[in-house]
Design a protein around this ligand. Sequence first.
Ligand code: CO
Length: 293
Amino acid sequence: MNNTPRRIKQIIEPQYVIEGAGVLLRRAFGPKRTNLFDPFLLFDHFAFNDPVEGPIRGFPTHPHRGIETVTYMLEGNVRHRDSLGNTGIIGPGDVQWMTSGRGILHEEMPRRGPSGAIYGFQLWVNLPAAQKMSEPRYQEVNADSIPVVEVEGAQVRVVAGEFGGVPGPVTEIAAQPLYMDVTLKPEAEFSLPVPEGHFTIAYVFEGEGLFGLDQAGQGEFIQAVHMLVFEDGDHLRVQAGAGSKVRFMLMAGAPFRESIAPYGPFVMNTVEEIQQALYELRNGTFVENPAIS
Ligand code: CO
């Protein structure tokens, strides 16, 4: 394929689910054996904007193995602590790219910002079999270390991958991901090369526009909030609506094409590996030091 724009393959309506200690969030997709979003496993959208919603419960101590969790906040923050002794706050515009590898235990507690709102995303990226039991690794990126590329009405925050020759700060990830926060002014056009064969999705969370434009400039009109899955191709084109900006998270990655066994916060390749993780959790050997300080 050469000069093949990526058309829309599927439009997903995010569903409300309850996770952690009773946290209501919108899930575009979650881990399934069918692995249709390979190399991605889950995409959750935290949006607590209703002041009458009551106190926000978070995600008390829980394990992860075999995956990467990517937390990106826009408003409010998430306080986190883990079994490796890491502790910190993921604030507006910050990213935490956590590679769980063989295992961590952590706690993630969202807090409201000054506006009273909490707004952010969590993406789960798979690890290939060869890296599922690797050492855990964190890449914590402050908002001001994320480059913002501006071209012709497009503003692109580059977390991973590159846009306009500018690379994002998150590197050495098995899935070779693109992860960007894209805002287009009304009518602005955006075109991005995405390697052929890499699975590509966009989470449209503000405004409206035409997505998946073809060579003739024909695209599908999409309004927030929707997850879009794209066909294969070598680039992606988007145009903001005439009277509206549009903002979306753009994600792409190389599929691993391995069978997966998801179970709660673990995603391994076989059921036996899940049983092993559960056994280690029970007998206290899942991580070296299970205490979270
Ligand atoms: Co977690």
